[in-house]
Ligand binder design. Sequence first.
Ligand code: 5GP
Ligand code: ZN
Length: 114
Amino acid sequence: MSDCLFCKIFKKEISSRIVYEDNEIMAFEDINPQAPVHLLIIPAKHIESINDIKEEDKELIGKMFLIAKKIAKEKGLSESGYRTIFNTGKDAGQAVFHIHLHLLGGRKMSWPPG
Ligand code: 5GP
Ligand code: ZN
């Protein structure tokens, strides 16, 4: 998708503070962090949301969680805890329609979320 913000970030046409990258997945700092650690984990593949994931994407989505786990460990969050979120659609406040896993940590979070 040529006009997608996160496709452009993956291709480095727009700069971001990258914390992990391979040929399939990138993690970078959220531009408007909601916690001391707030990263976005995205696939290179343009998938709009959970509504659009297919059987063939299950390994990719699983890998996004393995990378979340690895980064959480590197950031010292494994014991204190962290939150991983996919916002889907209007009611969840999804703003960018290229699937992304939020990784938030470094502070106590409330439940239920707002
Ligand atoms: P959503 O609401 O779609 O789940 O989350 C989109 C996230 O992308 C927001 O947390 C927002 O701060 C972040 N974001 C939007 N534009 C940019 C950008 O250009 N660069 C980075 N690093 N993050 C962005
Ligand atoms: Zn995209």
